[in-house]
Design a protein around this ligand. Sequence first.
Ligand code: ADP
Ligand code: MG
Length: 475
Amino acid sequence: MNKTAKSVWNNCLIFIKDNISEQAFTTWFEPIEAVKLENNALSIQVPSKFFYEWLEEHYVKLLKVSLTRELGNNARLVYMIKMENNPGKRKPFTERIPSSQRAKVSSQEVDVPVKNKNPELKNPFVIPGIRNIKIDSQLNHKYSFENFLEGDSNRLARSAGVAVANKPGGTSFNPLLIFGGVGLGKTHLAHAIGVEIKEKHPDKTVLYISAEKFTQQYIDSVKKNNRNDFIHFYQIIDVLIVDDIQLLSGKSGTQDVFFHIFNHLHQNGKQVILTSDKAPVDMQDIEQRLLSRFKWGLSAELQNPDYDTRVSIIRNKLYQDGVEMPEKIIEFLGNNIKTNIRELEGAIISLIAHSSFNKSEITIDLAQKIVKNYVKNTKREVSIEYIQKVVSDYFQMDVETLQSKTRKRHIVQARQIAMYFSKKLTKASLASIGSQIGKRDHSTVLHACKTVDNLSSTDKQFRKYVEDLNKKLTQ
Ligand code: ADP
Ligand code: MG
């Protein structure tokens, strides 16, 4: 039987299918068409340059083995890339030529260079226009530079953001990675940059997307077999903003595809803006090659705002909402909510709501109550400092007394209870608990924990202390 391109390729596919997952096969091999067999060279047509690069990177060995089985040791593979017309380099085993240079092609198969033809973009963000494709940037115009107040804690990130907005892709801040803890303004700043770019450079295509949504879209595209549309879509963006990239950790497929999109954009002078809740060095389960890309540009941290910045943020928020609040209360809030601007805003909003609902004035009492609920409710882990405070309040002593060297029975007991709860409610080691509670060593803490366990089961009064405190500390 004479060998044809199709028959050779079909046999290769049978072999390949046996050696990779079904999903990979559907994604990467089903879309391939065998076009020509000449001597020992099989030409296959792939949908895009990206596709070709992917095959080369991940499946070249498999392709080689399967083709050698069919055509012997001199087998060669030639890629033809649909929708592209720049010639490729020759490779020892594989070769890549744009299909527009093919000798004989039926009219149906003639490829139009990508610039003259809009690749079909099946993406939820695309609004088909009459002449151009319009992409909804997904930006939230509520977030601007104007209402992103400057302070020492955010100066670097903010000014880098301004620089990028003035010259997207044209600074060394590419990518610009903004990192910092929860509620410190990463999302706000990321949108502000995008909004500013849209204002200054209306012709640029800007897209804001959360890493979570990006992942979801990618998974959907694989399922629906339009992964290429997904990639093409992202490759035509001028300014890509991806929020919370730490969420890509452990998702190797998504990381892979993001890596390729990133490279394409970066090589073409497009701007990439990323946010993360961790510094690149602390990111886990993110591929090294991707991490190293993140470090190409600038990583700028958003730190906890200092007192003055907190107070300006409160004032600004009140001004925007048209609400007045006594100075004392603004200071109180600024002094008590330190590590999360979102919480700060939440407390202001609930203060306003309480006072207007009860038609009462905003008093310091109300503020205290709200801050207490607010800060406690959103706290993830109680601190050893907080435990000592609650325990010494409960036994009506101050923290210094609790930590002192005295052997007075009720003070020793309070200290032991504080150690017990520190072990129970925090992740701190025995040694670290000991050093924070009156500079004791780890064996003292261990002894304290055992004593509290014992006394709780033998002494009714003592058990009540522990139960009360447990409620206070965990409610
Ligand atoms: P993150 O994404 O870091 O968790 P967000 O960007 O969602 O934080 O910010 C939380 C809230 O704090 C938002 O409402 C944001 O507008 C506000 N915020 C953060 N930083 C500032 C700032 N410098 N000035 C004014 N508001 C800020
Ligand atoms: Mg955010």
